[in-house]
Design a protein. Structure first.
Length: 202
């Protein structure tokens, strides 16, 4: 498998190269069942954001395939065992000591012609629970992941500033602390954007 033993680090984000989950197991994404969601994240986080940040949000539906639901590795996906094996192989080869997985899912966004200045609702994945986030990019696309400088708190009128924009490229992996505000954005030129999202504890 491709790997980068010395990950690139930009501010709060570590970046690796690793063979994609779909390519590793020769999976055709079009055969995976996805389920419709009205938004990319919990809209409850919006109450903490300043109007200047809210004015840059443009939410989108998201299609999801859940792989692992909780730290007991519960899940009924036919891909669950391969996903768990893949993540722990990546962690071992890159010296990441994963104590437990909290959630693993595939997120699929479809082309949406919106201005590239907009992004989806900023959020964190698990409020009140220390965790880290891995994002494995499954295809080359547009629709950047945006990681902000600020960490989540329940302070109202939080103004967010961008730390890093990550363009989706197949085989790219990013890793960052779960309490950092982040979000996705819609692909405008490519038909789809597919990632594996992992919440874990070290």
């Amino acid at each position: 498998m491709l790997q980068n033993l010395r990950p690139q680090t930009s501010g709060q984000v570590k970046e690796y190269q690793y063979k994609s989950f779909l390519d590793t197991y020769n999976i055709d994404w079009e055969n995976i069942p996805f389920y419709y969601g009205n938004s990319t994240s919990d809209v409850g986080f919006l109450q903490f954001l300043h109007e200047s940040t809210l004015n840059l949000t443009h939410e989108s539906p998201q299609l999801v395939h859940n792989l692992v639901h909780n730290e007991n590795l519960d899940g009924d996906s036919y891909l669950k065992d391969r996903a768990v094996e893949y993540i722990f192989n990546f962690a071992k080869e890159n010296n990441i000591d994963i104590k437990k997985l909290l959630r693993v899912k595939l997120n699929l966004l479809l082309k949406n012609k919106v201005d590239k200045k907009f992004f989806h609702n900023p959020h964190i994945d698990r409020a009140g629970e220390r965790h880290k986030v891995l994002i494995f990019y499954q295809n080359d696309s547009d629709g950047d992941t945006i990681v902000f400088n600020e960490k989540f708190s329940e302070k109202r009128d939080t103004i967010l500033s961008i730390n890093k924009r990550v363009r989706p490229e197949k085989g790219k992996v990013i890793d960052f602390d779960g309490d950092i505000w982040h979000t996705s954005s819609s692909p405008c030129n490519i038909n789809y954007r597919l990632v594996m999202n992992v919440n874990y504890v070290i």
